[in-house]
Write a protein that binds this ligand. Structure first.
Ligand code: PLP
Length: 368
């Protein structure tokens, strides 16, 4: 058997005629940048997420960068975030000239541990970026409360968690802004790069709209130095089709995850994903924690034709480019211990019962 970690072809096949029609509609219109397709998609995402505004941008990374810029964060500022995440989270902070300050993660959810935030707040701290890692939300009530008391902005990195709920609220909708990524492998994936900022604040939404077109609202008149970060109409058209099936797909993901959880819950060397009662997980990635030898499990699965890999082997505070920040091995023990022990296995709604059994049989066998 050959089972990829993600099967985009299967997804495309299931909605091919609708997607192809949407692409043809844009090609026929010859309107490729922003325009009615993007505006319609922005309204649909805002409605899905329960926010007043949604602004389409070129990627999830840009959604973070433009959020920071729109909220006035830059040189000399510090932004508290988690080290167990994809690099773009901290990179966006560095790109705007601010300094990422890492707090360790919770040992069970791998999301930012709110009890560690206050110790890291200084007079320069301007914002917190919680990361909704692997498809479930960080403990937002606690984070929002700390932010309110300390007058800090909150930018949710919801790149991996579109459709996840914290209590009854959608991922990305609780902070000053939420950054969504539509990278093809994400819960809602485009046919290329795409992203969005969601917010309830009109001034922030307007600022991001201005920044995404070179700091301009009137053609050739520039009120700020912005960038080119426009969502293109082809991506919006594809994403509009996929948004309609998002909830069904997330239910499908949860079903596979439940099967995995059930079959793998009693293996001594494995920890299955933990989801606290306040969260509705989307299982963007189904990540096992494997002790003591994750490499052995990955190799065993790969040899059997099952794709499996580690997300993310090196936490951000120990990355070469952040040496100057002064973290050492042991600075953030939970992230350092968890991240190299992770093994993500294939999970998507089209994954058949036979494949699910094959995967779990192999995990059980390898763990003996
Ligand atoms: C947690 C996290 N933040 C930010 C990003 C950046 O999103 P994009 O790839 O769309 O720029 C990603 C995407 O991989 C991500 O996983």
């Amino acid at each position: 058997m050959n089972i990829p970690i993600l099967d985009l072809t299967a997804q495309y096949k299931s909605i091919k005629s609708e997607i192809d029609a949407a692409i043809t509609r844009v090609v026929d219109s010859q309107h490729f940048i922003l325009g009615p397709e993007v505006e319609a998609f922005e309204k649909e995402v805002a409605s899905y997420c329960g926010t007043k505004y949604a602004v389409g941008v070129a990627s999830g990374t840009d959604a973070l960068i433009l959020s920071l810029k729109a909220l006035g964060i830059g040189k000399g500022d510090e932004v508290i975030t988690a080290p167990f995440t994809f690099f773009a989270t901290a990179e966006s902070v560095s790109i705007v000239g601010a300094k990422p300050v890492f707090v360790d993660v919770d040992s069970k959810t791998y999301c930012m541990d709110p009890s560690l935030i206050e110790d890291k707040i200084t007079k320069n701290t301007k914002a917190i970026i919680p990361v909704h890692l692997f498809g479930q939300c960080a403990d937002m009530d606690k984070i929002l409360e700390i932010a309110k008391i300390n007058n800090l902005k909150v930018i949710e990195d919801a790149a991996q968690a579109m459709g996840a709920k914290y209590k009854s609220r959608q991922a990305g909708s609780m902070g000053d802004t939420g950054a969504l990524s539509f990278f093809p492998s994400k819960n809602l994936g485009a046919f290329g790069d795409a992203g969005m900022v969601i917010t309830n604040d009109k001034a922030t939404a307007d600022k991001i709209k201005m920044l995404r077109v070179h700091g301009s609202t009137i053609r050739y008149i520039h009120s700020a130095v912005g960038t080119n970060s426009r969502l293109d109409a082809l991506q919006a058209a594809v994403l509009r089709v996929k948004l309609k099936c998002l909830n069904k797909r997330l239910d499908g993901r949860r079903k596979v995850a439940e099967y995995y959880n059930d079959r793998l819950k009693n293996i001594n060397t494995l920890i299955i994903p933990y989801s606290p009662p306040y969260n509705t997980h989307t299982y963007h990635l189904y990540v096992l924690r494997v002790k003591p030898t994750p490499e052995k499990l990955s190799k065993y699965l790969n040899d059997a034709g099952i794709e499996a890999r580690t997300y993310y082997p090196v936490p951000l505070h120990l990355q070469e480019c952040y040496k100057n920040l002064g973290y050492k091995k042991g600075s953030l023990p939970e992230s350092e211990s968890a991240s190299p022990q992770t093994v993500a296995i294939p999970l998507y709604p089209e994954l058949g019962a036979k494949e699910q059994k094959f995967i779990t049989d192999h995990i059980i066998e390898s763990s003996k």
